[in-house]
Design a binder for this molecule. Structure first.
Ligand code: PHE
Length: 315
């Protein structure tokens, strides 16, 4: 029997032989049924024989299965030159990448990162910024008002106030975050992002402001030199106020940011003595800088959930 098992060539034949031994009326099955008539030695012998046979069947079955697999594999070919399927990897959203670059540059200049709430109270978003309730400059921004009198933050300038209230002067910070205004077209989204710089100390001048802005823009756009145009402007919380334009691609001027020297009333509102301290502030849309850097002309593309933003195929 043992030789017979070893010589079997196919799994089907093995199964047939197995059934003839261990099946319902198989030879071993019948012998096991008669076990009770045997003496102890004969029983032990039968048990051994039973176990050996089962083991032999198992071994032969594995051998035959392996042989069948090898045979199947030897008929197949693996073409290792085939290009792999394209892989969609996740990546950082371009706005996140930009924010990281901007933060790294400002931090290297000594500015510390601050944030604040997106639902802001009237004091931090307007009044402390020298824009009391009657002030016509409130109309400069199309504000989302909440029923309880709070607003969706219209400008990261609110973060300046919180930072100065918290730590007084001297202070050198940048505020980052989402801001909200009721406007929507190719260059405006109702939710956008701003970054705000604030530097208050004893001998700060407008020249320091322009120097930092120039150095920042040069690094961000990786340009050796940069041409800036400074225009007078108006913001309630800075005096004088300016707007900074940058020469873009050699021919056109682009408005990049608002800025100015912090208004004495703003310092006073944060318990800082304007006779001792003065400082500058600047603020810009970080989406806008990202649009310039990535050559986009519709801000809404950042927020449309296009998988190219999320999977990096576009960049
Ligand atoms: N908060 C201004 C705006 O949103 C920008 C600004 C910031 C201007 C700081 C001056 C100083 O338009």
């Amino acid at each position: 029997m043992q030789e017979q098992i070893k010589n079997i060539k196919t799994l089907d034949e093995l199964a047939a032989l197995y059934a003839s031994v261990f099946g319902k009326n198989g030879t071993m099955t019948v012998r096991l049924k008669g076990m009770r008539d045997l003496d102890n030695d004969a029983r032990a012998e039968l048990n051994r024989e039973n176990a050996t046979l089962r083991e032999l069947f198992k071994v032969r079955q594995t051998e035959l299965e392996n042989a069948a697999l090898m045979e199947k594999l030897s008929g197949q070919k693996l073409d290792a030159t085939l290009n792999p399927m394209p892989e969609n990897r996740g990546t950082l959203h371009p706005l996140t990448q930009c924010l990281r670059e901007i933060s790294a540059i400002l931090e290297s200049f000594g500015y510390k990162c601050h944030t604040g709430p997106e639902i802001e109270d009237d004091w931090h978003n307007f009044t402390a910024l020298n824009t009391p309730a009657y002030h016509p400059a409130r109309d400069m921004q199309d504000t989302f008002f909440l029923p309880n009198g709070n607003v969706m933050r219209t400008q990261t300038s609110a973060i300046q106030i919180r930072a100065m209230e918290e730590s007084g002067a001297p202070i050198k910070i940048f505020g980052i975050g989402a801001t909200y205004r009721k406007e929507m077209d190719a260059t405006h989204s109702p939710m956008f992002h701003q970054i705000e710089g604030l530097y208050v100390d004893k001998n700060i001048t407008l020249t320091d402001l322009i120097g930092d802005v120039r150095a920042f823009l040069k690094q961000f756009f990786q340009m050796d030199d940069i041409e800036l145009r400074i225009r007078p402007s108006y913001f309630p919380f800075t005096e004088p106020s300016i707007e900074i334009d940058m020469k873009w691609q050699g021919n056109k001027w682009l408005e990049i940011m608002g800025a100015g020297m912090v208004h004495p009333n703003v310092l006073r509102n944060c318990n800082i003595n304007p006779d001792v301290y003065q400082g500058f502030a600047f603020g810009f849309g970080w989406d806008r800088l990202a649009m310039l850097k990535y050559n986009l002309n519709d801000i809404r593309e950042f927020y449309n959930g296009d998988v190219r933003w999320l999977c990096g195929a576009g960049f």
